[in-house]
Design a protein. Structure first.
Length: 231
């Protein structure tokens, strides 16, 4: 959608999230969420790790970080909107007043296809435009009480740093512990937020990654730190 477009001409980008299986789930029941419930995504069929990230909305935190790095945006130019139908995937507002919306079915073949053939050299069969969904887009802001991991975005450094490695590695390990039934669903977000706010790891906001070995060692340390936590 942003191929051959100068990011300087863009005012805002909205990335959509379905809200996963718990978008309308009562907050009072979050403490009893099971693995099977968290793995029942309403729109997509994915692997366990990404499905849990979708249930916490951590996948959108990663997408915001990726969009910032790939297209050289500022974090305040990137936003998340909850869109349960998963039909609109991004909205881009330009400084000239125009707004473009990216729409397609919940089929990963479409974005994968377009990552290879971005200049319309090839065609792919897709479904017709669904006007029923377009007439009921149902956009909402993220409920930060249900999905507190999104608040992590406010604490990210502007420049590339090892702090992103801390976030990714901590989340990886916590999702793993949840799938092993060692922590609750709510504790994924709770522990992750407290972990990345710890003084020990804040220093990595000011350290730029120099090589893969440095990133790997920090990732291993973060994973071990969480494994040894008294949870």
């Amino acid at each position: 959608m942003l191929n051959n477009i100068n990011p300087k001409n863009i005012e805002k980008v909205f990335i959509t999230a379905s809200g996963g299986p718990f978008n309308k789930y009562p907050l009072t029941k979050f403490k009893n969420i099971t693995i099977n419930q968290a793995l029942k995504h309403p729109n997509w069929q994915m692997g366990k790790k990404i499905t849990i990230d979708s249930a916490t909305l951590m996948n959108k935190v990663f997408e915001i970080i990726e969009a910032k790095k790939i297209f050289n945006f500022k974090y305040n130019e990137l936003n998340i909107l909850v869109h349960p139908n998963s039909y609109v995937h991004a909205i881009v507002k330009f400084k000239n007043g125009l707004t473009k919306i990216l729409i397609h079915d919940t089929n990963m073949k479409i974005p994968i296809f377009n990552s290879f053939y971005s200049n319309f050299e090839k065609k792919i069969k897709t479904k017709n435009l669904d006007l029923n969904i377009l007439n009921n887009l149902d956009f909402k802001n993220v409920n930060l009480i249900k999905f507190p991991v999104v608040k992590i975005l406010k604490n990210l450094p502007r420049k590339n740093s090892l702090f992103e490695t801390v976030i990714v590695s901590a989340n990886d390990k916590l999702v793993e512990l949840f799938l092993q039934k060692k922590i609750s669903f709510q504790n994924i977000s709770k522990i992750l937020i407290s972990f990345v706010n710890a003084m020990e790891f804040k220093k990595y906001k000011k350290i730029s990654p120099k090589n893969v070995d440095q990133i790997t060692k920090l990732s291993e340390y973060v994973s071990l730190k969480i494994k040894n936590m008294d949870i």
